[in-house]
Design a protein around this ligand. Structure first.
Ligand code: PMP
Ligand code: GLN
Length: 382
């Protein structure tokens, strides 16, 4: 019998809930993905590049034209000049970028601070590197960082802090003041930052995203990760990138070249074309998703769920304690899927130890208007 290196890991909640939605015919507002296609021009470009013979390995670090586009976007959005050659690496998905950054940095015995609720791939990646996650719960109800608990979690073994803003599952946004606070607390220590910013362009209500890329001091010790999947409505393309100072990028690339070597070539060509032809796409995205958020929240206004509109991401949390306070959130998600035809994600699974009275489920509103209307009708009837 093989002795598992990940004895506590099963099938992810995203796979389980999407499977249950499929089996029961429920509307799938669980796993985060759009039920509509990305821009036609982007999809057409893939076919064009395949026909044009762009089908062999590209550069290990990513197609140069795509790295240039990413660097240009970072200049436009965050005012930082990064080198496409030495600081930008294209990866097959943000998940792989996160994995490679962790493998490049973490050694047996190292500690990594994660804020709960935290995305499910962080901890297994840390464990495979021989490290240990120290879980610091975010303060409710706003999911903000509790600096006292963070300071208490720091130790001589701390090597990495993982940030995620906009935050999955809560949508919470980190502020400049919080980044300054973090910089102050880790100053002079051998601690790095992994900033998961895959929802960087999904920030609403006129607020702009606070990126570690715009923070001089933190960026000097950071890996900043993003995903084309979220920004261009193509989660199945599994294409992302990581931006880090040259010395960190060099170490990350040593791992990346043996995990996958490079990303998928024709997808990178298509993304490079689209980014150069339609740079305004990222500016239009907040409005596009804010309209979906407002529609969904407006339709749920008369339901027995309570919530406040999410400031970012394409997820909306909702408290169901007025409906079934007797059910924990895993049971509630199953009940909603089986009995009411709407699949959701329970929030407790993102915690090492969830608060006992947590009664929150996550809805993904990256859906067509008719899907959102049908789902809301079912949810309002409960
Ligand atoms: N981080 C977070 C917070 C996510 O929600 C996701 C979503 N899927 C990822 C990373 C992974 O992105 P990708 O699909 O590009 O691997
Ligand atoms: N990030 C997506 C979510 O939070 C899921 C991605 C996955 O299934 N691994 O729903």
């Amino acid at each position: 019998m093989i002795i598992s290196k990940l004895p506590n890991v099963g099938t992810t909640i995203f796979t389980r809930m999407s499977q249950l939605a499929m089996e029961t015919g429920a509307l799938n507002l669980s796993q985060g993905f759009p039920d509509f296609d990305g821009p036609l021009a982007l999809r057409d470009a893939v076919g064009r590049h395949i026909a044009a013979g762009h089908n062999q390995y590209t550069a290990m670090t990513g197609l140069p034209a795509l790295r240039e586009q990413v660097a240009a976007k970072i200049g436009r959005c965050y005012g930082r000049t990064v080198s496409a050659e030495t600081e930008v690496t294209i990866t097959p998905g943000a998940t792989q970028a996160i994995f490679c950054a962790i493998q490049a940095l973490i050694r047996p015995g190292d500690e990594v601070i994660v804020f709960d609720p935290s995305y499910d791939s962080y901890e297994p990646s840390v464990e495979l590197a021989g490290g240990r996650c120290i879980h610091v719960p975010l303060a409710l109800p706003g999911f903000s960082i509790d600096w006292q608990r963070f300071s208490d979690a720091l130790s001589d073994k701390t090597r990495l802090v993982i940030l995620n803003s906009p935050h999955n599952p809560s949508g919470a946004l980190i502020s400049r003041a919080e980044l300054d606070q973090l910089a102050m607390l880790i100053r002079g220590r051998d601690i790095y930052v992994l900033s998961d910013e895959v929802y960087e362009h999904l920030v609403f209500d006129g607020v702009s995203h606070t990126s570690v890329l715009a923070h001089e001091e933190l960026y000097s010790r950071a890996f900043v990760v993003s995903s084309f999947g979220k920004t261009y409505h193509v989660t199945g393309w599994k294409t992302g990138y990581v931006v880090a100072p040259p010395a960190l990028s060099a170490e990350l690339r040593k791992v990346h070249q043996y995990v996958s070597f490079c990303g998928v070539t024709p997808l990178q060509w298509a993304l490079a074309d689209f980014m150069s032809e339609q740079p305004q796409h990222t500016e239009e995205l907040p409005g596009f998703y804010q309209a979906k958020r407002d529609l969904f929240c407006g339709l749920l206004k008369d339901s027995r769920f309570s919530f406040s509109p999410t400031p970012g991401t394409y997820f909306q949390l909702a408290d169901y304690s007025a409906i079934r306070d007797d059910l924990d959130d895993v049971a509630m998600s199953e009940w909603l899927t089986r009995e009411h035809g709407v699949a959701t994600i329970p929030v407790s699974v993102f915690y090492q130890q969830a608060p006992k009275d947590l009664r929150l489920v996550r809805f993904c509103f990256a859906k067509r208007e008719d899907t959102l209307r049908q789902a809301a009708e079912k949810l309002c009837a409960i």
